[in-house]
Design a protein around this ligand. Structure first.
Ligand SMILES: Cc1cc2nc3c(=O)[nH]c(=O)nc-3n(C[C@H](O)[C@H](O)[C@H](O)COP(=O)(O)OP(=O)(O)OC[C@H]3O[C@@H](n4cnc5c(N)ncnc54)[C@H](O)[C@@H]3O)c2cc1C
Length: 202
């Protein structure tokens, strides 16, 4: 497998329609069709042919901490909206956050966000220090993505019926979180990587 830089206006290259995604709609997702596209040899990425797979895998070690950071930021936004709303909305004579069921939900959200941030920083610090971070990047990406899905879903719950409405910000965050468990290696794939890393020397 080899990677190439292909000019966007190369003859024979065509773009499919913009997909209607569940979330993160400012990001354009399309199929790309290559029909007899000719690419000069000097547009090969990397030193030699057949290095594409390793280039892609090494790139993931750097890109996954970025997705983890993105997911941590999304979780934080959802949590901060939920915390604020829990102080505004009163039920049964007191603010939502005075009900222990809601307060414990907020507590769990905060713990998971703190853990996401620490795992993200660890994987980025490993990369900066030149330490092989395949495992720490997989921990960070898997945990932060799953946390973003859980926290944004809980934020919708804290808002109750309003949470289900696009009038409020948390529905959009919940839709945006889902793809984080899918792209850049799904949560299942991250577990496979972690499993492989922790058992490879047994
Ligand atoms: C909005 C968006 C943007 C994207 N951007 C890019 C991009 O920029 N570049 C790029 O290269 N790709 C991109 N992708 C593709 C993305 O990386 C893939 O969709 C993702 O890797 C999952 O692959 P798949 O869709 O083929 O699902 P499949 O591989 O068919 O997987 C289906 C389900 O089965 C699970 N599964 C698959 N194999 C296993 C296994 N061995 N064990 C356990 N579970 C398994 C998966 O986790 C998933 O839940 C993007 C996707 C989306 C939705």
């Amino acid at each position: 497998m080899s990677g190439f830089i292909v000019e966007a206006n190369a003859e024979g290259l065509s773009l499919g329609k913009k997909e209607t995604n569940m979330g993160q709609r400012c990001s354009d997702t399309r199929s790309i069709t290559f029909n007899n596209v000719r690419v000069p040899a000097n547009q090969l990425v990397g030193e030699s042919e057949s290095g594409g797979w390793m280039n892609a895998m090494n790139a993931f070690d750097l890109s996954r901490p970025n997705i983890a950071a993105h997911a941590t930021g999304l979780s934080r936004a959802a949590y901060e909206h939920a915390l604020q709303y829990s102080n505004e909305r009163q039920t049964f004579g007191k603010p939502l956050h005075k009900h222990q069921a809601i307060q414990f939900m907020l507590a769990d959200m905060k713990t998971s966000i703190e853990a996401s941030r620490m795992l993200t920083w660890k994987s980025a610090a490993d990369a900066d220090a030149g330490i092989k971070n395949t495992e720490s990047a997989a921990h960070a990406k898997r945990f932060a993505a799953d946390t973003a899905m859980q926290v944004s879903t809980d934020a919708v719950q804290v808002y109750g019926g309003y949470g289900y409405s696009e009038e409020y910000p948390v529905a959009r965050l919940m839709r945006a979180a889902k793809v984080m468990q899918i792209y850049e290696g799904s949560s299942q794939v991250q577990r496979m990587i972690i499993g492989r890393e922790i058992t490879k020397n047994l």
